[in-house]
Design a protein around this ligand. Structure first.
Ligand SMILES: [Zn+2]
Length: 252
């Protein structure tokens, strides 16, 4: 069996058993194995990888490994643009849009609250989620490595935390979104962008205490839900401020 030398850099080591972290190690692999299958057999989803070097040369995921090859595997670089160098990734998605798996409903609502286009539907079969993400150029968010290992997933991210507000901090940091937050610009229930609406238009639909105390309203063109800056809004605003502070504090 061919033997190759591997090394993973930075946070990709989180996926490896302790003995393989931050060091060169040898691995026997089947003849003609692709780089993708070798790194994923080690537990690293290909969606986490931004640059692959084999013997110092940038290659794609389908590169077949030969005996004695040296493979270096890098995550997304925070500090410089590797666009012209990397062969693994198609063109970056211009707008950051997400498709969340069935277990991330609370995160979907938070991301929508921050104004990020986040599709979420439950129940939804994984294959259908991936097809929709591809068609609409969405980044798949999941806590399921198996889902992200699917070859059809070109843009994906494995959500680390189990706590929705920590997940939101993670996503805003990972995709560098803090400057693009637009609070309460999107319906938390159905993801449609909200529209401002005159009070006179919606007055008859409002409870008296709301009508008496608020002047600004927005309405969801998708599900007709009305939004105003009430106590729930203030609670969510505080949460948003906390998340923004945490995201900027993490240096991400
Ligand atoms: Zn809606």
């Amino acid at each position: 069996m061919p033997s190759v030398m591997l090394r993973f850099y930075e946070e990709l080591n989180d996926f490896l058993p302790t003995g393989k972290r931050r060091r060169d190690f040898a691995l026997a692999c089947r003849p003609e194995s692709s780089v993708k299958s070798v790194i994923e057999d080690l537990g690293v989803p290909h969606t986490e990888v931004d640059l692959l070097l084999v013997n110092g040369r940038s290659v794609g995921f389908d590169e077949r490994l030969q005996d004695g090859d040296r493979v270096s595997v890098y995550p997304r670089f925070e500090s410089f643009d590797i666009g012209p160098t990397s062969k693994v990734r198609p063109e970056p998605l211009r707008q950051t849009r997400f498709a969340l798996d069935v277990h991330l409903g609370k995160l979907a609502r938070l991301l929508r609250m921050f104004g990020f286009d986040s599709s979420y539907r439950a129940p939804l079969e994984d294959g259908e989620l991936v097809r929709q993400a591809l068609k609409e150029q969405r980044i798949v968010l999941s806590r399921d490595r198996g889902l992200l290992k699917r070859r059809a997933v070109t843009h994906g991210y494995l959500v680390r935390s189990e706590i929705p507000r920590v997940q939101a901090v993670e996503i805003i940091g990972r995709f560098d979104l803090s400057r693009r937050i637009s609070l309460f610009s999107r319906c938390m229930s159905c993801n449609a962008p909200l529209q401002n609406v005159e009070k006179s238009v919606v007055r008859t639909m409002l409870p008296a205490f709301v009508s008496d105390n608020h002047e600004q309203f927005s309405r969801c063109p998708g599900c007709a839900k009305l939004y105003w800056q009430g106590t729930h809004w203030e609670h969510m605003k505080r949460l948003a401020d906390d998340v923004i502070e945490a995201a900027s504090g993490s240096g991400a």
